[in-house]
Design a protein around this ligand. Structure first.
Ligand code: ATR
Length: 289
């Protein structure tokens, strides 16, 4: 019988995980099926029981279950413990294990993008789970200073305090509407967008989280949004002569790390990337864009 894997989330809209993970399992010759498992919150405990009982060989966990998963597992990998969130569940020696590969995905995509974060000044937009992963990754990579800017400044302050408590990079919090942010942008080497602004179907699909005029040629602009591939922010960055990095690499690399956790095999990253890219292109064509 084929092994069963899947991704749980609610609502589970247009997830790329099934197409990307199935392509990888097939390429590795593993007899397994990876499916989307739409799971309302009340049903999440059942999914964790399914992993414990071996009915599911492993699951990815997305919004809104990442914290619940951290509470449900027996053991937390270090990254998951730091973030208080789990995106990968597996069974190891009869124990339910939770890991978080978002931190690795963010850091590895940045590294492959040729950016050395040591001593860097970073401006991170947003203060949700993705921002938390980005901030820990930047601190680990030796960033000297990070400014966290969010529409709801209290959330940015919470994250900054968290990071400072870890004795990592110096962290400051701002309101996304604070005019002082312009100076932070001017001084930054790296701008990271973790807000959903600019995302197809998101709150402001044609919008920019900060003004285009703040982009400059010394920046690497990293938008973790992957649909569209060129967000308005990345277009503005490119026009200003900045280097750009989209969100697809992070998505693929976090998925690759999950697959390696479950199978013990080296993930075929290029196969996964091509499968995700093809699915995005097909969705764009279907949407007429
Ligand atoms: P994730 O875990 O994926 O990071 P999240 O916790 O929902 O998701 O975070 C989404 C981020 O996008 C938040 O920083 C949110 O700002 P708030 O904390 O103020 O909600 C940000 N965001 C969403 N819509 C936005 C908008 N229209 N303008 C600016 N920021 C927005």
């Amino acid at each position: 019988m084929s092994a069963a894997y899947g991704v749980i989330g609610w609502p589970l809209g247009h997830t790329l995980s099934p197409v990307m993970q199935q392509a990888a399992l097939d390429a590795l010759g593993i007899d397994a099926v990876y499916t989307a498992l739409p799971t309302p919150p009340a049903q999440a405990p059942r999914r964790f029981r399914d992993v414990r009982a071996g009915r599911l060989a492993g699951i990815n966990v997305t919004i809104p279950h990442k914290r619940a998963a951290a509470a449900a597992v027996d053991d937390l990998a270090p990254a998951a413990a730091r973030l208080g969130a789990v995106n990968t569940v597996s069974l190891d020696g009869g124990r339910l294990c939770g890991d978080n590969t978002d931190l690795y995905g963010f850091a590895e995509a940045l590294r492959r993008g040729g950016f050395d974060a040591r001593g860097a000044r970073a401006l991170v937009l947003g203060a949700g789970g993705a921002a938390r992963a980005a901030l820990h990754a930047l601190a680990d990579a030796g960033a000297a200073q990070v400014v966290i800017a969010n529409r709801t400044p209290a959330r940015a302050r919470g994250l900054a305090a968290d990071l400072a408590a870890g004795a990592a990079a110096a962290a400051a919090a701002r309101d996304l509407a604070d005019p002082a942010l312009q100076r932070d942008a001017a001084r930054a080497d790296l701008l990271v967008n973790t807000t959903s602004v600019g995302m197809a179907g998101g709150p402001a699909p044609d919008g920019l989280p900060i003004p285009a005029a703040w982009m400059h040629a010394r920046l690497l602009v990293y938008d973790i949004v992957y649909r569209p591939a060129m967000t308005p922010l990345l277009t503005a960055a490119r026009d200003a002569g900045a280097r750009t990095l989209g969100g697809l690499d992070m998505l693929v690399l976090q998925g690759a790390a999950s697959l390696e956790r479950w199978t013990g095999r080296r993930a075929p990253v290029d196969v996964m990337r091509r499968a995700a890219r093809a699915a995005l292109d097909a969705a764009d064509t279907a949407a007429g864009g």
